[in-house]
Design a protein. Structure first.
Length: 297
């Protein structure tokens, strides 16, 4: 062993080796998060809690800080390709806010174990739907985009025709049922507040399965939406002193790098494969949630 390595270990260098390890792991979590449109908290929290040996409340607060920078990095990557539906993301985030507040309030009335079990079952159904259901993504050449028909004011307000032209030349065209989207978004916020989750685990099925937004647009828009959801959580946890800024700062580096890699992977693989990967991950996580809920009864 070299003398400088021995010196680091004897002088507390083992902590820096630990920080290097978790930073490297966070590159992987950043890849997964950006590729699937999720926050990555289900990976970050266990790493900070078990590997870095931090209390769960500190782990959650620090994870939110990391997710904030992960979503920023991924949003920049997707914005370069013009894949984000900003209008849809902003409107849905506005609708999810009251749901999140209501969910947080109801946590004192409904047992979390029961909620986790119910959400786990629902997530299994959603995940299996995403794995086995085939859905064409409707990319068009610019010449093939049908002309807009004249619509009444009422219809144009309740139904949005969205056309997203990406830098590669593809045009994604889809319709959004606005009232349905607002209702789904409120429920997503409610679930997020009740279970302390949120991020893409709720938003991706909402967009892709519920509103039938193409998968790549779903992933990119979900990462954009997570910025707003996470910012509030980071502020709240920082005010409570529940953020380890040293560990968070170190892991942010890996998250930013991983998010950029994840964006590139998501843009190269097929939308069907991307949806199946998310569905498989959702099913696995759902079984884990149900298992934890059952053993705690």
């Amino acid at each position: 062993m070299d003398w400088w390595i021995l010196y680091l270990l004897l002088s507390g260098g083992s902590e820096w080796l630990l920080y290097t390890l978790i930073s490297g792991i966070t590159i992987f979590t950043g890849i997964i998060a950006a590729m699937l449109g999720v926050g990555g908290g289900f990976l970050n929290v266990p790493i900070i809690n078990y590997v870095a040996n931090e209390p769960i409340n500190i782990a959650i607060g620090t994870s939110l800080l990391i997710i904030l920078f992960t979503s920023f990095s991924a949003t920049i990557g997707y914005a370069r390709k013009k894949i984000i539906d900003y209008k849809l993301g902003l409107v849905l985030e506005i609708a999810s806010t009251p749901g999140a507040f209501l969910g947080a309030y109801l946590t004192g009335w409904i047992p979390e174990d029961i909620l986790s079990s119910i959400f786990g079952v629902a997530l299994i159904i959603i995940g299996l739907n995403m794995i086995f259901r085939r859905r064409k993504q409707n990319p068009y050449n610019s010449q093939e985009v049908p002309k807009q028909k004249t619509k009444s004011i009422r219809k144009s307000i309740l139904n949005w025709r969205r056309v997203i032209k990406v830098t590669s030349g593809e045009i994604y065209e889809y319709n959004i049922n606005v009232p349905l989207g607002l209702a789904f978004s409120f429920v997503a916020g409610l679930v997020s507040g009740l279970l302390g989750i949120g991020g893409g685990l709720v938003k991706v099925p909402l967009l892709n399965v519920g509103l039938r937004v193409p998968m790549i647009i779903t992933v990119a828009t979900s990462m954009f939406m997570i910025i707003f959801t996470t910012s509030v959580g980071v502020f709240e946890h920082s005010m409570l002193g529940q953020v380890n800024w040293l560990i968070g700062g170190i892991m942010i580096i890996g998250a930013i790098i991983g998010a950029q890699i994840g964006c590139r992977i998501a843009l190269k693989i097929s939308p069907n494969l991307l949806r199946k990967i998310f569905g498989a991950g959702a099913v696995i996580l759902a079984f884990h949630m149900i298992y934890i809920a059952l053993i705690s009864l």
